[in-house]
Write a protein that binds this ligand. Structure first.
Ligand code: HEM
Ligand code: HEM
Length: 185
């Protein structure tokens, strides 16, 4: 493996590498599907075939996204010293704060529901593999944070919409800088 090939896999100060891009764009698609299932759950009446179909993958896809965000976070930290840097001014610091907030919610949102499943009387299986066995009695403190799962999920959706607007409208159309290119170009 040549050094040049390595730099396309890992991040460099000028552009995000292949692994970061696959994680970013692959997870963007998966999040779109996850929010579609959440939107159908919220908007469509019960006993609706489309709602059932879209809801049928919410748990397994949500658990998959939880695993992927841990992987992505570890990869991001490993690449931190050579990633494209942000400016030290207010804009650069706001961008970093926005990314950190998105990361935090990408972990917390699925975690609250997985924690509830771990303390539930139904247990939890992932593609037929039992992760949490059903309990005789539910554990109340493990259920409590999940009451905010949906609300926090919608906050994450708003942050992502703001993120997309910043990338496309601010960076691409107004500033015409290289920020979109270092993830997409
Ligand atoms: C990153 C992953 C996830 C996102 C973005 C997400 C997002 C959402 C959103 C926005 C809602 C609200 C839907 C509504 O208003 O009707 C919701 C509901 C729900 N989700 Fe998720 N979810 C994720 C992962 C999971 C996981 C892993 C589980 C189960 C193990 C789960 C179980 C549920 C359940 C039971 C509801 C309905 C009750 C409630 O609103 O809390 N979700 N999800
Ligand atoms: C059309 C959709 C999207 C566009 C155009 C877009 C664009 C970008 C761009 C240009 C960057 C680099 C920003 C920089 O270096 O300052 C970036 C980074 C980032 N994006 Fe997106 N993005 C999209 C969707 C998403 C979604 C759906 C999520 C979360 C679920 C997300 C989360 C992140 C995060 C956390 C970063 C920081 C870098 C990292 O660790 O991956 N993006 N995005």
């Amino acid at each position: 493996m040549t050094g040049e090939y390595m730099t396309t896999l890992t991040d460099t100060p000028h552009r995000y590498g292949l692994i970061t891009r696959i994680l970013h764009w692959g997870m963007a698609l998966l999040f779109a599907a996850q929010f579609l299932s959440a939107a159908a759950h919220w908007a469509l009446p019960r006993e609706n075939a489309t709602r059932d179909l879209l809801w049928s993958y919410h748990y397994p896809l949500g658990a998959t996204l939880f695993l992927l965000v841990l992987l992505r976070g570890a990869w991001g930290l490993a690449n931190l010293p050579r990633r494209p840097a942000h400016t030290g001014d207010l804009f650069g610091r706001a961008a970093v704060a926005g990314h950190v907030a998105i990361y935090a919610l990408m972990v917390i949102v699925p975690f609250t529901r997985l924690l509830a499943a771990a303390g539930s009387d139904r247990g939890f299986s992932y593609f037929g593999w039992q992760i949490f066995a059903p309990r005789e009695t539910e554990i109340a403190w493990m259920q409590a944070p999940a009451e905010l799962h949906g609300e926090m999920g919608w906050v994450l959706a708003l942050l992502i919409l703001g993120h997309i607007a910043m990338a496309v409208i601010w960076h691409r159309l107004i500033r015409r800088d290289e920020v979109l290119h270092r993830m997409a170009g």
